[in-house]
Design a protein around this ligand. Structure first.
Ligand code: FAD
Length: 318
């Protein structure tokens, strides 16, 4: 079923969903099950699985020179989605990125997804590779998420890259996209970011999942701004609890978000690691309860493998 159909069926009730990361290459599917098994009691109708592009690593050769090799450290997104659907009988939403893919490779993945009965996709651009200053598409690949949305929408009308294909099967993908309550870091201002967000919606996106935020007002302001700009699709808040001291710096650096002052103060004055974790958990519980009280379509948790923390939050929210 489509993600948006779940929202329609829920009739204003707030659903729960999770995002999981594929295990590092060499890991097993059991790692994903270990994360999800304890969370299934909260009845997520869909589970997202991230996509990770290849990374360059430098290996020292005998000659002393370094050899540059590209490896994908977390492969398996499509297989994990199929496995989740098979084990739990819920929908899985693979993230699909522009980075590292040609359009043809993207088309092949979409065909696989269609054959596997996976009818939802979160369409993203992806980030720049390490050692590259800015995002560079693969030669013959998409530059922005909107181009990926357009390709998926074209397949939904039976249009494939090969013009010779007549009467191609029409896929029926429900397309989600990313949104940034605190602005995407590359956008010169919020107006520009909004402009491109609206273009993605016009190109065929049906719902938005937000970047994590720690101040609900940022989310509410973002939703208001979207509505003022004529973006009327569901906007799902993305949530992550902050539990460790180093995250006070790493999360803003990696995700370009700000922590509210009250959270920083409480977190830094907590006496030890256990107390800090509790501050982060309580903060996320309060955020979740307030968002639920406002009737958001779904609370979407970035699990990052920390199942115990997410479970302890949900036990207080549901
Ligand atoms: P875009 O929509 O392409 O936007 C990128 C920037 O370009 C923005 O500043 C936008 O304003 C601007 N822009 C957009 N279109 C145009 C245009 N046509 N011309 C000029 N400017 C334009 N990354 C992964 O690698 N794997 C994942 O699984 C993953 N999952 C994510 C899930 C969520 C919910 C979120 C919020 C992010 C996720 N990301 C993931 C990270 C994401 O790939 C990065 O944030 C990336 O930098 C931007 O992706 P986007 O889809 O928002 O890009």
């Amino acid at each position: 079923m489509k993600v948006t159909e779940y929202f329609e069926q829920a009739k204003g009730e707030t659903l729960v969903s999770f995002e999981v990361l594929p295990p590092l290459k060499g890991g097993s599917m059991q790692a994903i099950f270990n994360t999800l098994d304890p969370l299934m009691e909260f009845k997520p109708p869909f589970i997202d699985v991230t996509y990770h592009r290849e990374e360059f690593i430098y290996k020292k050769r005998e000659s002393g020179y370094y050899e540059k090799t590209a490896i994908r450290k977390r492969p398996g997104t499509v297989g994990i989605c199929a496995s989740i659907m098979h084990r739990y009988g819920v929908d899985a939403v693979p993230h699909l990125i522009c980075g590292g893919f040609t359009k043809e490779e993207t088309e092949d993945v979409l065909i696989d997804l269609n054959f596997l009965d996976i009818s939802n996709v979160l369409a993203l651009r992806g980030d720049a590779m390490k050692f590259e200053g800015k995002f560079l598409p693969r030669s013959g690949g998409h530059e922005y998420a909107i181009d990926l949305v357009k390709q998926i929408e074209a397949m939904n009308t039976g249009k494939y890259l090969d013009d010779n294909i007549e009467n191609g099967e029409k896929t029926d993908f429900c397309i989600g996209i990313a949104g940034y309550p605190e602005k995407h870091f590359e956008a010169p201002n919020m107006e520009q970011d909004m402009y491109w967000l609206k273009k993605k919606v016009e190109a065929g996106a049906s719902y938005i999942v937000t970047q994590m935020f720690f101040d609900n007002q940022k989310y509410f302001d973002f939703v208001d701004l979207c509505r003022k700009n004529g973006i009327n699709i569901p906007i799902v808040p993305g949530l992550k609890p902050v539990t460790k001291l180093y995250q006070m710096n790493s999360i803003p650096r990696m995700f370009y978000i700000n922590f509210p002052d009250a959270l920083v103060k409480e977190f830094t004055k907590a006496k030890d690691a256990k107390a800090r974790k509790q501050v982060g958990i309580e903060w996320c519980i309060a955020q979740s309860k307030a968002l639920k009280a406002k009737g958001v379509p779904c609370l979407h948790y970035y699990t990052m493998g920390d199942v115990k923390t997410i479970k302890s939050i949900l036990e207080k929210v549901y």
